[in-house]
Design a protein around this ligand. Structure first.
Ligand code: HEM
Length: 415
């Protein structure tokens, strides 16, 4: 595959490139090698700098007072950028943690932070283990074949996060559909509509649902995460409706597709590398390392963006005030300068300084939870697994944001 640098840069703004691992990684390897701070002009998008080296992603995340999340935290079309800008100016846009900077970000993050500390998460472990068992049991009930993504992986993390929020099980299917429509919106299979208006309709449905939850939890707090959000006070005042609904949206959405992609992509990697599967089964003590290797391998979050508040020199390139930079996590996580043999899936990889959870002030709030969930699932599955193989061709979702496998047909025997 011969690519020009321009083609490689444009791949970062092409959802289809993310559904084709070989094409994506050929483009990223070329950028890392030849032009790691690369200016991208892609049709339909405002231009941006593509940052592909691990050290540079780290440096930009560290410099969080120079590189802000607002106003362009994610890659979106130029039309969508304009709509987001207008909504933000009118105070009606989605404003989650990823849209914020200090001082607001610090205050709003603190509302949920206690819930996600490793100690609090450890208290959730028995409930998570129970859900993991339920989903491995479901595999047994399904027989000897299933689409692991659609029938198992997308359900389990959503159940975990909705249990943490304290939402009723009867609402879980509705939340699953809304989350997929919102986050899988680049992918024709999952998308409800093409236009920004149709996406807005999905968002409004989320908001309406959570508005009811907020009112119920304010009237009668129940000690769950939803109650903490609904009753949070900043400077003595409750959060406004948009900020409250946005908080639910980030928790419900960020905690879901990311972890299901990790579990599905991790299982796929184990099937493709039977030596690593055998090694893990022989030595289950490797599981925490294996989970981090799955997270690095899959890197479910493909990018976040920052905007420079002043001119900044990076690798001899001047990033101008107002320029946007795209942090390519899949690229950072295959950086030959940081990872020994980065394209080898190694369940014992140690150290493993991947950036799949980001870094610094925006570091993933749910990292401890995601690790526990993935570990609990494989702790339950591996001892029961007699055999496993592919039963068809896996397919990945075409999205520039959060993605991974959308189909993983498998054949298996469970004890
Ligand atoms: C932020 C990845 C699971 C909640 C992020 C960021 C990344 C990320 C890359 C941005 C970090 C940055 O800008 O430096 C992942 C991956 C996951 C995962 C790979 C699974 C393997 C979860 C879970 C939750 C969660 C389970 C919990 C509900 C959040 C929240 C933020 C965030 C709330 C925003 C934090 C902020 O801006 O301060 N995540 N995430 N994530 N994640 Fe996760």
């Amino acid at each position: 595959m011969t690519l020009t640098l321009e083609e490689a840069g444009r791949a970062l703004a092409d959802p289809a490139a993310y559904a084709d691992d070989a094409r994506l990684h050929a483009a990223l390897a070329l950028l890392r090698r030849e032009d790691p701070v690369h200016w991208v002009e892609a049709p339909g998008y405002n231009p941006f700098w593509a940052i592909t080296k691990h050290a540079d992603v780290l440096e930009i995340e560290r410099e969080h007072t120079v590189f802000l999340n607002a106003p362009r935290p994610l890659l979106a079309s130029a039309v969508q950028d304009e709509i987001n800008k207008r909504r933000a100016e009118q105070g009606v846009g989605l404003r989650t943690l990823i849209h914020m900077d200090d001082p607001d970000h610090r205050v709003i993050r603190a509302i949920g932070a206690d819930w996600f500390r490793p100690k609090a998460m450890r208290a959730m472990e028995p409930r998570i283990a129970e859900l993991a068992r339920r989903y491995v049991d479901r595999m047994a009930i399904l027989g000897d074949t299933c689409d692991f993504v659609q029938q198992v992986a997308v359900h389990y993390p959503l159940y975990v996060i909705l249990s943490l929020l304290g939402l009723p099980e009867s609402d879980f299917d509705r939340m699953l559909k809304l989350t997929q429509e919102l986050f899988g919106s680049d992918d024709g299979d999952l998308r409800r509509g093409e236009t920004p208006e149709e996406l807005l309709a999905v968002l409004m449905e989320f908001f309406a649902y959570f508005q009811e939850i907020t009112e119920a939890r304010r009237a009668r707090p129940t000690g769950d995460l939803a109650s903490a959000i609904a009753n949070a006070r900043v400077d003595g005042e409750p959060l406004n409706d948009f900020d409250t609904a946005s908080y639910y949206v980030i928790i419900a959405t960020a905690g879901h597709d990311t972890t299901s992609s990790t579990i599905a992509g991790g299982l796929h990697a184990l099937i493709r590398h039977p030596d690593q599967l055998a090694r893990l089964r022989d030595d289950p003590g490797l599981l925490p390392l294996a989970v981090d290797e799955m997270i690095r391998w899959v890197t479910p979050v493909k990018e976040f963006m920052r905007t420079a508040t002043r001119d900044y020199e990076l690798r001899g390139v001047t990033i101008r005030e107002g320029d946007a930079v795209l942090l390519s996590y899949p690229s950072a996580n295959r950086d030959e300068e940081v990872f020994d043999d980065p394209f080898r899936f190694d369940v014992g990889r140690d150290p493993n300084k991947h950036l799949a959870f980001g870094f610094g002030v925006h570091y993933c709030l749910g990292a401890a939870l995601a690790r526990i969930e993935a570990r609990a699932f494989f702790e339950e599955l591996l001892p029961r697994l007699e055999s496993i193989e592919l039963a068809g061709t896996p397919e990945s979702s075409a999205t520039t944001f959060v993605g991974g496998l959308k189909r993983l047909p498998i054949r298996y025997a469970l004890r």
